[in-house]
Write a protein that binds this ligand. Structure first.
Ligand code: PLP
Length: 425
């Protein structure tokens, strides 16, 4: 669900023509819809309302500070995975008590910064990390609250690169080890261990893996409580799907219908860490067609955006719907469609890598040099994963709200490419 709609054959983001924005801000360009961000945040809040959860937006999916501010105003907390994200949350005016911090490789500086900021939970991933956190908390005289990340060993049926909750994953500890973990650290005086954290992977296009993982976590919590330990909170992570295809993902209501009944009588504070379900459909990437190249019976549509702007297709075969922003033919957002005027093409960028493609064997209406293409569902892990590889300055980002739009990140310049190097001269 999003607010990107064709009106008179022209793509609009909310009340503004995207062609008009691209004309002013240039391409490649990320365009985000504020209404879509709010819509998805509110849909999750409404679906899980009975549990009164803390909704901690995963900053890594879309980290622009103006987007974080908008979500903080909606009441969101944040899921951070680095000192840099902690800094972003702070600068965005987040309530730091609503920040949770995951990651297997937290450094001493990052832990200390999070202690000083007074975050809600450290999601701890190993015994060694707990010991270090306890030592640093004791030294700083600042209390830490800890959730143990457990590995429920369920298969989320997503790409193997984004599966995180299986036994062989580097994240969290196995369920059997979790009890030993509590026996060893449950009474720690500096770091208070009183919660369980899960994150099984992403995107997870079904509620079933959550049901399995949460059921296992609740059994563990029951055993821990019988063993005399206090468990106050359960963080069920993120990974909730977004519509890359058309209505291809369960809605927040669909997930909640299966998850809420499991948790309603648990007496646990519930934390959610949605990223893409809020941000993915809220953003498109605009790319201008540079060249059409025929090669055998293949046609390449070469555009000014590349894997440096959107790496998901190259990195894990991520699918993004693409359509011209000016088109008499309504967008055909269904798998395997075929229309007489359409042609199967590869949409590729100009980077010197064979993996540099945005779409392969995709039906598109005829396009020509100068046409503008919209790459959908690019709000999550789009700009956030962009790079300057091939010394390509990163694109600009725009936020649309109703009939207004504004630049929320200026386009990088060639000087930006050299900034950190010139500082040494
Ligand atoms: C990446 C991540 C998320 C968010 O994943 P989405 O698929 O964007 O919802 C949540 N929690 C943790 C710990 C993560 O690593």
């Amino acid at each position: 669900m999003d607010y990107f709609l064709y009106r008179n054959g022209q793509l609009h983001c909310e009340g503004v023509s995207v062609e008009e924005i691209a004309g002013a801000a240039g391409t490649p360009l990320y365009v985000y819809s504020a209404q879509t961000l709010r819509h998805h945040y509110r849909a999750i809040a409404a679906a899980f309302a009975e549990l009164k959860p803390a909704i901690c937006f995963a900053i890594k999916s879309l980290s622009n500070i103006h987007v974080l501010r908008l979500l903080a105003q909606e009441g969101a907390g944040f899921d951070v995975v680095s000192g840099g994200e902690l800094f972003r949350a702070h600068e965005a005016g987040a309530e730091m008590a609503k920040v949770v911090y995951a990651g297997v490789g937290k450094t001493d500086q990052e832990i200390t910064a999070a202690l000083e900021a007074g975050i809600g939970y450290f999601n701890v991933e190993s015994e060694a990390e707990f010991e270090e956190l306890s030592r640093l908390a004791g030294r700083a005289g600042l209390p830490a609250r800890v959730a143990l990340r457990v590995n429920p060993d369920v298969d989320p049926k997503t790409h193997r690169y984004t599966t995180t909750g299986k036994r062989e994953s580097k994240f969290g500890v196995d369920l059997e080890r979790a009890e030993k973990f509590f026996q060893r650290f449950g009474g720690d005086e500096h770091a208070r261990l009183d919660a369980i954290h899960l994150h099984i992977g992403s995107p997870v296009f079904s509620a079933q893996p959550y049901v399995e993982a949460i059921t296992k976590a609740l059994e563990l919590i029951e055993r821990l409580r019988r063993g005399g330990f206090t468990v106050n909170a359960l963080d069920i992570g993120g990974g909730f799907g977004a519509d890359y295809g058309l209505a291809s993902s369960p809605s927040a209501m669909d997930y909640a219908a299966r998850i809420v009944p499991l948790l309603r009588n648990s007496g646990l504070k519930i934390i959610l860490e949605p990223g893409r379900q809020i941000s993915a459909n809220a953003g498109i990437l605009l790319a201008r067609v540079l060249y059409i190249k025929e090669s055998g019976d293949k046609q390449f549509v070469i555009v000014d955006a590349a894997m440096t702007d959107l790496i998901r297709p190259a990195l894990y075969e991520g699918y993004h719907f693409i359509w011209p922003t000016r088109s008499e033919m309504p967008p055909q957002r269904v798998a395997g469609f075929s229309l007489p005027d359409c042609r199967k093409v590869d949409v590729v960028g100009g980077v010197c890598e064979s993996a540099d493609f945005l779409a392969k064997d995709r039906m598109l209406p005829p396009v020509a040099r100068g046409d503008l293409l919209a790459v959908y569902t690019a709000g999550a892990y789009g700009f956030a994963m962009s790079s300057q590889y091939n010394s390509r300055p990163r694109s600009a980002e725009v936020l649309v709200d109703g009939s207004q739009w504004r630049l929320i990140r200026r386009r990088e310049t060639f000087d930006d490419l050299l900034m950190a190097e010139r500082a040494l001269e």
